[in-house]
Write a protein that binds this ligand. Structure first.
Ligand SMILES: C[S@@+](CC[C@H](N)C(=O)[O-])C[C@H]1O[C@@H](n2cnc3c(N)ncnc32)[C@H](O)[C@@H]1O
Length: 510
């Protein structure tokens, strides 16, 4: 393990403070490899646009000492206070003398820089104030000719601003969350980067090598130069946190063959961009068939207050509400461990005290319901439920979202167990699942579809369309699941897959 192994504060308020400012420190084994890249090429200056506690400055000093060099340190930081931590970590006042207290994105350096290294603040778009968002949009317009999708976080603008601040042949190493490669805005961002800069290498991390253990992000390092674009790049995956291996490889210009801790491959840039650089090589990112050719995906029911709308049979009995006002439902993915969900399994959950009854009311006026139900709904009103964000959009507030029973469910967030489930219990899923509605409902079609959904060659493609989080978890959104590549050999088990797509048949479930 690296000697200053990264610690995540456990108290919620502490973590919240860090999230607002994006203050997560880079561990030494990563900082040293990144600093090594920008200091190669006989360069002896290093600029960090988000200095924080100074991981990159310490790394540069170490490299300088080892090689008998003098390195000039400079940078920016928005929070003066945090520099005290940098001092406490062993940096001198001279080391920090070149740090300006300002906002790197809105007050970038006026001169071009030869070497930039950063772990930019990971501030997601919903935490950026509206006036700043507007100014960020303008940066996108200026550089890309169109604004980046609104979901781009501050880190994406750090990367763009740093790239335009690089002098010719200047080098840049950034550690970024995977959404920079997988998010809605990634395509526009990377088209611009790939057309204007040389991407030398990308480093990703397996769950056991995560630079930020305990933080739910999947980090990726990019090594870029302000030089004409190249067709190929070196792509690596670290399986263990091995400082020597990573740094030796970087120092070799990414030429050294991989050691036990790392796997290294040469990739074509256009394939890498199509697949997403945070993901391993894939030959089928542009497959002939996608899941959306055969099914429609809809997210599960969002109640806005599961405690109120989602009950056990015991609770219903106690409240005296007739069962006909409920539908059977499942909430948590870990409540279903098997490949199929059956009525017996559902009843076993209920017996264990897990809710499986979802209140399913329509537009009827409250007064028309039996006394027990009326009194329960009035209780909900007293609790202020009708004013809650999601519930306040419903008219009347107690009318929950309607879904036809989906023949298949998809558990969409999981470590290794994002998977399809056959719905033999006619349940309606809540938001932990996606509903999968086949475009045809003949028995043959259902059976073929089920074979395809559970096939390992189909499941193998999930990382290609999912968003990756820390510890190997992936999350798949409904529209992304419709883009899941289905291997030709499997798709062709349907009697005429192409025709199916062309017919654009109306789903019997819509
Ligand atoms: C993820 S930390 C990284 C710090 C350090 N370089 C490291 O790698 O450990 C990001 C730092 O950026 C600072 N920051 C946030 N917004 C900034 C901005 N607009 N301009 C400059 N620094 C900013 C935060 O205060 C935080 O210290």
């Amino acid at each position: 393990m690296p000697d200053n192994a990264y610690k995540v504060p456990s108290a919620w308020s502490e973590r919240e403070k860090l999230r607002k400012k994006g203050q997560f420190w880079t561990p030494d084994w990563i900082a040293e490899a990144m600093a090594q890249y920008v200091l190669c090429n006989h360069n002896n200056t290093l600029f960090d646009p988000a200095v924080g506690a100074g991981s990159f400055f310490r790394a540069a000093n170490k490299i300088a000492k080892e090689n008998g060099l003098r390195v000039k340190l400079s940078g920016m930081e928005i929070d003066q206070e945090v520099l005290k931590e940098a001092r406490a970590s062993g940096l001198s006042a001279t080391d920090l003398a070149g740090v300006e207290i300002c906002d790197f994105v809105f007050q970038p350096p006026s001169k071009k820089i030869p070497a930039i290294v950063a772990n930019p603040p990971y501030i997601r778009h919903h935490r950026i104030p509206a006036d700043k968002k507007l100014r960020l949009k303008q940066i996108g317009m200026q550089l890309l000719g169109k604004p980046l999708d609104g979901r781009a976080g501050l880190h994406a603008y750090f990367l763009m601003t740093a790239l335009v601040s690089l002098e010719k042949e200047g080098r840049l190493a950034f550690i970024l969350p995977a959404d920079t490669f997988e998010g809605k805005y990634a395509e526009d961002l990377w088209r611009w980067i790939a057309n204007n800069y040389a991407l030398d290498a990308v480093v990703t991390f397996g769950p056991k090598a995560s630079p930020f253990p305990g933080v739910d992000t999947n980090p990726v390092i990019v090594f870029l130069r302000n030089a004409p674009p190249r067709d190929m790049l070196v792509w690596a995956r670290c399986h263990k946190p091995d400082a020597v291996c990573l740094r030796t490889w970087v120092r070799s210009g990414f030429a050294a063959s991989a050691c036990e801790a790392m796997e290294v491959v040469l990739r074509n840039l256009s394939e890498g961009l199509r697949t997403g650089l945070s993901r391993p090589y894939s030959s089928i990112a542009s497959s002939k068939y996608v899941l959306g050719d055969f099914v429609k995906i809809v997210r599960g029911v969002a109640t806005g207050a599961n405690d109120f709308f989602f009950l056990t049979s015991e609770q219903i009995k106690r409240l005296g509400i007739p069962e006909k006002y409920f539908v059977r439902a499942v909430g948590r993915t870990r409540d279903i461990c098997a490949e199929e969900i059956t009525l017996e399994a559902l009843n076993a959950l209920d017996a264990k005290g897990r809710p499986t009854y979802l209140l399913a009311l329509n537009n009827e006026p409250l007064e028309t319901f039996p006394e027990a139900l009326q009194s329960y709904l009035r209780q909900g009103e007293q609790m202020g439920l009708p004013r809650r964000p999601l519930i306040s959009q419903r008219k009347p507030w107690y009318k929950t979202e309607q879904r036809k029973v989906p023949p298949f469910l998809f558990a969409y967030l999981g470590r290794r167990d994002a998977r399809f489930i056959r719905n033999n219990a006619n349940v309606i899923p809540l938001t932990g699942f996606l509903c999968v509605y086949p475009k045809e409902n003949s028995d043959d079609y259902m059976e073929t579809l089920w074979e395809i959904l559970r096939h390992e060659d189909t499941l193998k493609n999930l990382p290609l369309i999912g968003k990756s989080y820390g510890s190997g978890a992936i999350k798949v959104e409904p529209r992304a699941l419709e883009k899941l590549p289905i291997p030709d050999l499997l798709a062709e088990r349907f009697s005429n897959p192409v025709q199916l797509r062309l017919l654009e048949e109306k789903s019997p479930y819509s």
